[in-house]
Design a binder for this molecule. Structure first.
Ligand code: ADP
Ligand code: ZN
Length: 667
């Protein structure tokens, strides 16, 4: 017998399949999908067995080498996974090996020298029940063991020496038991909300034994999570499994918590902050069918279930579902592929669906389900403040109205969230006087200031012009971008509202494991009055006592050079407004900025998705952006400038000569 083995050779970005002879002692153990160790030159490599062939199927003019050994006793890739890898590799133009490696937790990738062990605890069991103890410690140990097996450390705490002797004399024996690294005891919450008519309608229109993608468009707080859990209950009662994707586990602790309380130990949680060992354990719980639900970020879509009954993707518009390094797969595409395979529904949920998904729900690719009202029927009042007027009054950071309302809230002992969405570098030049931002004449996105060349550049088409000296609109020579980060805002607010307790949540304040959860819990328990943060705080958090949300620089994300910046702004503002008035109290949202008449901000303030969608689609069409056009990025990199320059030119020429006229090449 011969096996074809796929190995990864780091220096070459190509797939390598090699043929090896299966030695007779391994014949029974080797099967498709298993990892094996093979000789390669004078090295040993790990690889995946892709095919088993008869000797006469391969005609080599040299003798094939033997497989050295197996890595696992069971295949790490089942048939569906093997097929899925080929699909991903084809769809994303990446190697098959990189697809398989991405699909597996690091403990199961084909990597030589990387070992994650199962965790064992050693127990001691009494074998010779008639043994007469020789001393007091022996007596103590045996007395303990007469009742039940106990952990070894309990016995050795009495006397390590006596324990050793007892083991030697075969009076007691050691037993190793595998334990999972994560094994919380969870208290199940039996309480069930009575579903609203809207929720029942949605659930009833989902066919559970049939492949179909659904887009669940429901405003924040409309009870989508409850719908997910209901569907899952239905599915698992039929013995099937469910995958739930969330943008990032650490940002959605409350959803995870709700799920845990409903489903207890039936859940495996996969996320990036787990150690390799923890991930390996969670993976095996799924594989052994000890759990029926997997919740996790993007890569949880590869959970090795074999009888999936539903795939749920919460916050489907989130950019995190697309992997930005090879293989550049979209978890939504993979989810659709798997749902089709398992003939089950896939639910894409969001309060602000991506423009592309919503378009698919209009054209019928997805079936649209809607929840139009919040469960508590409160809609926050949203007020927009133009900071140009405030600056004239000397308010550079907070408007009068926001300050007043913060004070009011503090007096009433209610809580406040303040969002300052300052991401990355803010090197966009804007006019301090009129708010004008200089944009690219081709692409209509803001130009980025480059200090080294003292010029302004479009990051899409490379349009370039010298740095502005005065505002082209109002002629004022005051063109600094006043960038302000969350830390500075925190300082300012602490100074301004001396009596209040303030906490900040951003990438810097949450780098330690568990710090997210701590900030969220502390805020929920009202240890703090004001929570300041970046877009991190906008997602899925449910604080009943928050009645005021302030957004500083609400328009700043419009200046991010991306054709999706209006969409992202709408999503962010819509989400953050959903944070106010979650409980029994009416909420208020105050957004301030310089371009407050932008359609994305106005639509967000009215919680009007459709109006935003319609206006955005006009622009997408005019500027030839998705979903009207598909974009393809070709990026070329090298340490040698000349080389990149020449290659780019060649590629450019080739493409221009070979595409259809209606296609557009930028750059
Ligand atoms: P979404 O996921 O759409 O933002 P959630 O599912 O989190 O909304 O629901 C918002 C709040 O309403 C939660 O506190 C939830 O417990 C509550 N809720 C959901 N469904 C019901 C219901 N049928 N009756 C009462 N409360 C509900
Ligand atoms: Zn100006």
């Amino acid at each position: 017998m011969i096996a074809s083995v796929l190995v990864e050779i780091k220096s070459k970005q190509t797939d390598k399949v090699f043929y090896y002879n299966i030695p007779s002692d391994l014949k029974k153990k080797i099967m498709v999908g298993i990892r094996v160790i093979v000789p390669f030159g004078n090295r040993k490599l790990e690889g995946f067995v892709l095919e088993m062939l008869n000797d006469n199927q391969i005609k080599a003019d040299f003798d094939l080498k033997d497989i050295i050994d197996i890595v696992d006793n069971e295949p790490v890739l089942n048939e569906e996974m093997l097929k899925l890898g080929r699909y991903i590799s084809k769809k994303t133009l990446s190697t098959l090996i990189s697809s398989y490696q991405t699909m597996l937790p690091s403990a199961l990738k084909a990597h030589k020298g990387f070992n994650v062990n199962k965790k064992f605890i050693t127990y001691i069991k009494l074998v010779d029940k008639d043994y007469m103890p020789k001393n007091i410690s022996q007596e103590k140990i045996i007395k303990l063991l007469k009742e039940k097996e106990v952990q070894k450390k309990e016995c050795s705490a009495i006397s390590n020496y006596s324990l050793k002797k007892l083991i030697e004399q075969k009076v007691v024996e050691e037993i190793k038991k595998e334990v999972y690294r994560i094994n919380d005891d969870i208290e199940i919450n039996k309480f069930r909300n009575k579903l609203t008519d809207d929720q029942i309608n949605v659930i009833d229109s989902i066919e559970i034994d049939k492949f179909k993608p659904y887009l669940l468009h429901g405003v924040t707080g409309s009870g989508k999570t409850e719908i997910y859990m209901n569907l899952i209950e239905k599915i698992i009662s039929k013995g099937k499994e469910a995958i739930v994707l969330v943008p990032e586990i650490s940002l959605t602790p409350q959803l995870v918590d709700t799920f845990k309380k409903r489903f207890g130990k039936k859940i495996a949680i996969l996320h990036s902050r787990l150690s390799a060992g923890e991930k390996y354990d969670e993976w095996r719980k799924i594989e052994k069918k000890e759990v029926l639900i997997a919740i996790g970020a993007r890569s949880a879509i590869f959970a090795p279930f074999t009888n999936i009954g539903v795939v749920i993707i919460d916050e489907e518009h989130s950019a995190t579902y697309k992997q930005e390094n090879a293989p550049r797969y979209s978890a939504i595409d993979v989810a659709i592929y798997r749902a089709r395979n398992h003939n089950c529904p896939i639910i894409l949920g969001s309060a602000t669906p991506s423009i592309e998904s919503y378009t698919r729900s209009i054209t019928g690719t997805y079936k649209l389900l809607e929840l139009k009202n919040r469960i508590n029927n409160f809609n926050s009042e949203v007020i927009l403040i133009d900071m140009k007027d405030e600056i004239r009054k000397g308010n550079f950071i907070l408007s009068d109205l926001l300050k007043e309302n913060i004070n009011l809230c503090l007096q009433k002992k209610e809580q406040i969230i303040i969002l300052l969405n300052r991401r990355g570098f803010s090197t966009i030049i804007s006019c301090k006087n009129c708010g004008h931002v200089d944009k690219c004449p081709n692409c209509d996105i803001p130009l980025i200031y480059h200090k080294t060349t003292n010029s302004m550049k479009c990051h899409y088409c490379n349009y370039i012009k010298p740095k502005l000296i005065k505002c082209p609109k109002c002629n004022v020579e005051d063109l600094n971008n006043f960038g302000m980060g969350t830390e500075k805002l925190e300082e300012y607010i602490k100074e301004m509202f001396k009596e209040s307790k303030v906490i900040r949540m951003d990438v810097d304040s949450t780098s330690r494991k568990g710090s997210h959860e701590k900030i969220i819990n502390d805020f929920k328990n009202h240890k703090y009055d004001i929570l300041i943060g970046t877009q991190m705080i906008a997602k899925g958090l449910d604080f009943p006592n928050v009645t005021l949300v302030g957004v500083v620089n609400a328009d700043s994300s419009l200046n991010i050079p991306d054709f999706r910046s209006a969409e992202r702004t709408f999503q962010l503002l819509n989400q953050v407004s959903g944070r106010a008035g979650r409980g029994q109290l009416q909420g208020k949202v105050i957004m301030q900025g310089f371009n407050m008449d932008h359609y994305s901000i106005i639509a967000a303030s009215k919680n009007d998705y459709k109006s935003f969608y319609n206006q955005e689609m006009v622009i997408r069409k005019k500027l030839k952006y998705p979903p009207y056009y598909n974009l393809c990025l070709i990026s070329i990199s090298s340490k040698e400038y000349e080389e990149v320059f020449n290659e780019s030119n060649k590629i450019n020429q080739y493409i221009r000569n070979n595409i259809y006229n209606q296609n557009i090449v930028l750059g």
